[in-house]
Design a protein around this ligand. Sequence first.
Ligand code: NAD
Length: 424
Amino acid sequence: MSQQNGQGPGEDAGVFQMARQQFNAAADKLGLDDGMRAVLGSCKREFAVNFPVRMDTGDINVFSGYRVQHNVVRGPAKGGLRFHPDVTLDEVKALAMWMTWKCAITNIPYGGGKGGVTCNPKELSMGELERLTRRFATEISPLIGTASDIPAPDVNTDGQIMAWIMDTISMHAGYTDHGIVTGKPISVGGTLGRTEATGRGVMITAREAAKRLGIMLEGARVVVQGYGNVGYWGAYLLQQMGCKIIGASDSRGAIYAEQGLDTYKLLEHKAESGSVVGYEGSEGISDAELLALPCEVLIPAALEQSITRDNAEKIDAKIIVEGANGPTTPEADAILEDQNIMVIPDILANAGGVVVSYFEWVQDIQHLFWEKDDVDNQLESIMTRSFNSVIDASEEHDTSLRTAALLVAVDRVAEAFRMRGVYP
Ligand code: NAD
């Protein structure tokens, strides 16, 4: 997946440029003036840190990390932390911008933020990972806070990492600050239903899209690129609704099974062997072959820019549900539109995670915890309402679902900015 910042001939753009290109399409339709475009098209705060971590060998390694707040006009910044070798400031800025739109589209009172550390957690021991996490949390502590900026899990970060961050910030404060991060384990102020929330949102939007297109979920073929938190839960919940999961992949390879995969057994196989590859009864295929499998629903749930001008034409799906952030480049978007493939954009399709993170934060602040059904039912109602508002906007403006989603989101953020005005 390309991460380049410049755009050469025949290349897809870098991710922040791609996010801005998408924003500009919506800004054009909304007729935003230059001042508003400049405000919404740039990131409010970009924080970069280089910090030391003592490794198990006794050596000291320096890691680079980032926390970006794109826009906080609708509320505190909200967005995950990613630990991955490809993390760059450019990527974090794009992800922060998408978070602003995601929170606006679901109408939760947050702005957009994101963060990450350039590292390979698979090469770190638990002790090293904990020291890296605690030091990074301390480094970004001038920015993050229950009322200002609330991180959450993203690629290669999980509840344990969130618990370490919560503990570190609480140690500095001298009291337990539950609301500083979401995606925490239940024992330290997490909410029921958060782990599967993004996958549940993927399932809800896939189900609503299928309903619109008259596709029966019973027996519908589903392909998942990136069998992690989002990919697994999306696949598992769609399988519960009768779908057949015929393909899956991770960073080590892809598999195909015409008869369908058992999502839970595949998860167990991945936990034991480290990959989906080699799952009993499946056939090993390339990532390109996976994306080209004929199916009703394709769920890209790995990283950015996996669907590009080079492979978009070969995609043979009815619906693409973007579990990942930014999986489709603008060039690929145009090709998919020509092919009449319905693309549920990331800022809508994977918003379930931030919605339930919001529920977690509300529970932490109130010290009052909800039943699982309350979480699932509220998520269901927010996701279907958001889905319908995007469909309505796409019909009203005769545009793709991505541009329609951005129209709804950007308009809400612009309106909040207008109401607040420019200080001083
Ligand atoms: P994860 O670390 O749990 O899973 C990522 C999966 O993608 C892993 O299985 C990994 O092996 C696989 N992968 C990595 N590179 C790949 C490649 N080149 N080809 C195929 N598979 C590859 O991460 P996650 O939390 O599931 O996040 C996945 C995507 O969803 C990211 O884009 C993330 O920003 C987005 N997202 C996550 C959440 C959330 O709540 N976790 C919410 C919204 C969006």
